[in-house]
Design a protein around this ligand. Sequence first.
Ligand code: MLT
Length: 411
Amino acid sequence: MATINDSYLKLKAGYLFPEIARRVNAFAQANPDASIIKLGIGDVTEPLPEACRTAMIKAVEDMGDRSSFKGYGPEQGYSWLREKIATQDFQARGCEIEPGEIFISDGSKCDTGNILDIFGSNNTIAVTDPVYPVYVDTNVMAGNTGPVNDAGEFEGLVYLPISAANNFTAAIPSQKVDLIYLCFPNNPTGATASKDYLKTWVDYANSHGSIILFDAAYEAFITDPDLPHSIYEIEGAKNCAIEFRSFSKNAGFTGTRCALTVVPKTLTGKAADGSDVELWKLWNRRQSTKFNGVSYIVQRGAEAVYSEAGQAQVKALVSFYLENATIIREQLTKAGLTVYGGINAPYIWLKTPNELSSWDFFDKLLQTTNIVGTPGSGFGAAGEGYFRISAFNSRDNVNEAMKRILEKFKV
Ligand code: MLT
């Protein structure tokens, strides 16, 4: 009989968000009249920017004419999109990223998991705690960890605790780690990182030969001009960092699917024979073999983000969600809750009231207000006693959700 990848058996039963959906569906079935408001998964609700839709409609027309029809595209993405990204997202900020170092993909979630294909199985891997669960689960699947303990920590991973005490920014580890996942603006805590802080990581990585896996999926939510949008704004980062970005949260592409990963050609890793190998070559090989690119239509939609109209529309969309975040922060504070994040970030991280566990608060909130959030413990052991509220929803739903919370929880 065929054997399985036993590493999957080490995982918790379900991935966090489907598990939440399962509980919410069960509640909805038992309470068909409940008007449920979902502020759990960070899924966008507002329509795609007009510039993107117009470009995608035109691209559909291109596909209807033999002269402009497109079959397989380049596995790395079309050059017209990679060039705009290089110029407007990176070079405009002083980052020397070339189009050839950018790989278009169908999602940062996929890429942060897939990137493990090019790394060895003997690396020491550091994650923050709490953390976006994909980083941990994909390492478990890849066999990079031992079993999980009662606290929910996997043997073999280095957990870097983040809390209000360190502004949700992990301290540099005392030991040597080879791969480090950093996410700013942070999912789940909504924390941000200064240039000085990121510089300490870049210096650490360069002095230890480590690679930083930098998830910048939420960079568009940064409005503070002093905060870096890219790790490549930090000197030396091109020698130690891979960056992941997405069109999901800025341009509303969660259902449309388009993202990008930057692998600078200056990055290397060690082969078993001790030689240095360019990571770009490995990722290019991996993508060429396992991926056939994002559809032409979607890439045309993503390209439109960089037009003048697209830039204005994306800015308006991001501002809309940030205003939601401000409302949530203010109202939860008014309700007497302790809140973090929600500034330069679409997530609000709150301390559960009365020492409730994260899942107990989830149940209480769902049952008493019909509002769905995400239990902090789902992001790691150190997230226990915390809860995440997403700002991705309509204004009416956000206002209604906050009204219900104020009614039930105001102290
Ligand atoms: C989240 O809610 O953490 C995000 O939606 C996850 C993701 O983007 O995959």
